[in-house]
Design a protein around this ligand. Sequence first.
Ligand code: NAP
Length: 319
Amino acid sequence: MKQKVVVFSQIDATVLDQLERDYHVVVLNPKQGDINEQIRTEVVDADAMIGAGRLLNETNLAPAQKLKIISTVSVGYDNYDVDYLTKNNIWLANTPHVLTETTADLAFTLLVSAARKVPELDQWTKNGEWKRTVGPAQFGQDIFGKTLGIIGLGNIGAAVARRGFYGFNMNILYHNRREKLELAQPLNARYCGLDELLSQSDFVVVAVDLNPESKALMGKAQFEKMQSHAVFVNIARGSVVDEEALVYALQQQQIFAAGLDVYQKEPLQSSPLFSLPNVVTLPHIGSATAETRLKMAKLAHKNLVDALEGRTPQYLVNG
Ligand code: NAP
């Protein structure tokens, strides 16, 4: 009998085809009723699950009898109750590295867009407001040679730092739970405390994973430490930032601008952020290019197949 795989979000069509050839596949569909009920029903005799963007924990996984692996098509795994999975001998595998450069590209896109008011001036031009040469209201911030502060010098944080160092001759500061000499040295990046990073940086990019220590790492007190010309970028997770405090900082022009890919609640349907000209908002697209999403899907597929064929997947969160 074929092993059963539950697909809990949209995944790449070629990977889904392959799964359907090899396994008994059930694809959950939020349009067909409560998704948690569907998970509870289908997980009972499932061997594996694959997908992204759903909260999976005891509430919906408790009926599982023989689940071996959840393969998430993402590097972040804050949606999963890792302790519960470990206690129940369920592997959690993720997809690091293949999305690093693409997500770093997006971080830099947000940095440049916010610093140079790209979406605002695009709209301004299209609205026919370009009637004479631009003035101070349209001026942005210099990037080349400035100080870039990275919060979380992991894979993506380091890739953002490389773009700043090699591409824009930036001076790099970083804050991390521990010093990362190997990543930092080639970039001449200086390790410092969060307060120092915030007060010294012209650009601050958040690239930490979401965990109990990083939750609401950026709040009112932290935004107050930033410089009034500084640009804040978050490509990590929305809950790393107290969004209300960020809105206040932008409204009061305590900081110059922000570029955001992630939010406390997604999808973001309405928000005070929408009425602020000095924020660039994107719909969580850090890794969303066709090539990278395919690489992620293939890696998640490989993690799943390895587990079902008795091998240890290469990228285990709780291995
Ligand atoms: P990673 O290599 O694990 O890097 C995370 C870094 O954050 C590590 O260096 C970690 O330090 C540091 N860190 C964690 N908590 C911290 C804290 N409280 N204070 C300071 N530093 C802290 O992961 P990655 O591949 O770079 O990905 C980072 C995150 O980006 C993912 O977890 C995901 O949430 C997010 N992401 C978003 C998108 C998007 O579409 N916007 C795409 C991909 C990833 P240690 O060395 O001490 O662990």
